[in-house]
Design a protein. Structure first.
Length: 491
């Protein structure tokens, strides 16, 4: 670097991984626009002459683990648009001159040991991106934050010492994305003033007990992530005012006991995730007004005892996840009105004793999971009307004693899983009388009998020239059961 005079006209300098002190002569590189000092892990300070690089627009200091301070001259870099200080783990303070970086659009402070940000931060009038992810010692943000009128992206994830945000937050009129995961105990009422906000991530804010009523004023919001709220028990009625909302994630809100009736006003909502909401006992009748909903996930809502009759009004719903809803005893008759439903997952619904006759109206249904429904004793005859059904999983339905004759009408069926259906008598004749039943018979027999026993029975039937073998054996013989079938015998 003593040869800096020879680099006077250089515009780009990459010193990534450089292991010695930078000389004061660095400031003589007047034409420099790009300076990469990332991973200079022995670097503790920068020369004061840094401020003389008036043409510089890109400065990367990421992973300078030993860097403890930035020079006050930093503020003289009036052309600087990009400043990366990611993982400068020893950096505890930023100079007040930071606010003089009038052209700065991108500031990355991820993982820094900062306890506060300078009040001059608000002077960064061009700043669009501020990333403060995992600044775990940060306890507060300056009130001047609200002056960042160009800011579109603010990430404060894992700032675990941060308990609140300034009221000036609401002045960030251009802010589109706000990520606040794993921090905060409260939100300012001014949150509702963020007119441009489209994405709000509050996942795993485990000390946050209440949401402001102003939340409903976020008219542009399309994604709201509240997953992992361990203590929140209710949502404000104003939730229904968010007319643009398409995705609502409430996964792992284990203390949530109810949803507001206003939920049904979310006319644009396409995805609703309520999985693992262990204390949720019911859904509002207004659920049926979610005319755009395509995915509803209620997996492991273990206290949910039933679904509203309005469920059938969800005419574009394609996926309904109800697995591990262990208190769910029945489905509403309106289930059959879900004309677009392709996947219905009822695995491990241990209290489910039967299915509605309307099930057969699900003309688009391709996959029906009923594995581990230990109280299920039978299927409705209407199941044979499921013309699009490809997979039917009944494995572990230990009290299932019979299958309907109409099952043989399922021309599209490719997978019928019957393992561990210990009480089930052999599938009805309607299955063994059609070609697609052959694989079903094989599956059933191999799940219930030793393969050698099956082989010996078929051979005996052939040898004795049985005139009237059981229908299942007749189909297997006709199909040359052993051609291409590998049988592994345990010894």
């Amino acid at each position: 670097m003593d040869d800096a005079l020879f680099l006077r006209d250089a515009t780009t300098l990459n010193l990534s991984g450089f292991h010695t002190v930078l000389p004061e002569s660095l400031g003589q590189l007047a034409a420099l626009t790009f300076l990469n000092l990332s991973e200079c892990r022995a670097l503790t300070v920068l020369p004061e002459s840094l401020g003389q690089l008036t043409a510089l627009n890109f400065l990367d200091l990421s992973q300078c683990f030993a860097l403890t301070v930035l020079p006050e001259s930093l503020g003289q870099l009036t052309a600087l648009t990009y400043l990366d200080l990611c993982q400068c783990f020893a950096l505890t303070v930023l100079p007040d001159s930071l606010g003089q970086l009038a052209a700065l659009t991108f500031l990355d402070l991820r993982g820094c040991a900062l306890t506060c940000l300078p009040m001059s931060l608000g002077q960064l009038s061009a700043l669009t991106t501020l990333d403060v992810f995992s600044c775990r010692a940060l306890t507060a943000l300056p009130e001047s934050l609200g002056q960042l009128t160009a800011l579109t992206f603010l990430d404060l994830r894992r700032c675990r010492a941060l308990t609140g945000l300034p009221e000036s937050l609401g002045q960030l009129t251009a802010l589109a994305t706000l990520t606040l995961s794993e921090c905060l105990t409260r939100l300012p009422e001014s949150l509702g003033q963020l007119a441009a906000l489209t994405a709000l991530n509050l996942s795993e804010c485990r000390a946050l007990t209440v949401l402001p009523e102003s939340l409903g004023q976020l008219a542009a919001l399309t994604m709201l992530n509240l997953g992992g709220f361990n203590v929140i028990t209710w949502l404000p009625e104003s939730l229904g005012h968010m007319a643009a909302l398409t995705t609502l994630n409430l996964r792992w809100c284990r203390a949530l006991t109810r949803l507001p009736e206003s939920l049904g006003q979310l006319a644009a909502l396409t995805t609703l995730d309520l999985s693992v909401c262990h204390t949720l006992t019911r859904l509002p009748e207004s659920l049926g007004r979610l005319a755009a909903l395509t995915s509803l996930d209620l997996h492991e809502c273990s206290a949910l005892t039933g679904l509203p009759e309005s469920l059938g009004q969800l005419t574009v719903l394609r996926t309904l996840q109800l697995s591990w809803c262990e208190s769910l005893a029945k489905l509403p008759e309106s289930t059959g009105q879900l004309a677009a439903l392709r996947t219905l997952n009822l695995n491990k619904c241990r209290a489910l004793t039967g299915l509605p006759e309307s099930l057969g109206q699900l003309v688009a249904l391709r996959t029906l999971f009923l594995c581990g429904c230990g109280a299920l004793t039978g299927l409705p005859e209407s199941v044979g009307q499921l013309a699009a059904l490809r997979t039917l999983d009944l494995g572990g339905c230990v009290t299932l004693t019979r299958l309907p004759e109409s099952l043989g009408q399922l021309a599209a069926l490719r997978n019928l899983l019957l393992g561990e259906c210990s009480a089930l008598k052999f599938p009805p004749a309607s299955i063994v009388s059609v070609d697609q039943g052959v694989s079903t018979i094989k599956t059933f027999l191999l799940a219930h009998h030793n393969a050698l026993k099956i082989m010996m029975t078929i051979l005996a039937a052939r040898r004795r020239h049985m005139r009237h073998p059981p229908p299942e054996l007749w189909v297997l013989i006709r199909d040359e059961f052993f051609s291409g079938l590998t049988i592994t015998l345990g010894i």
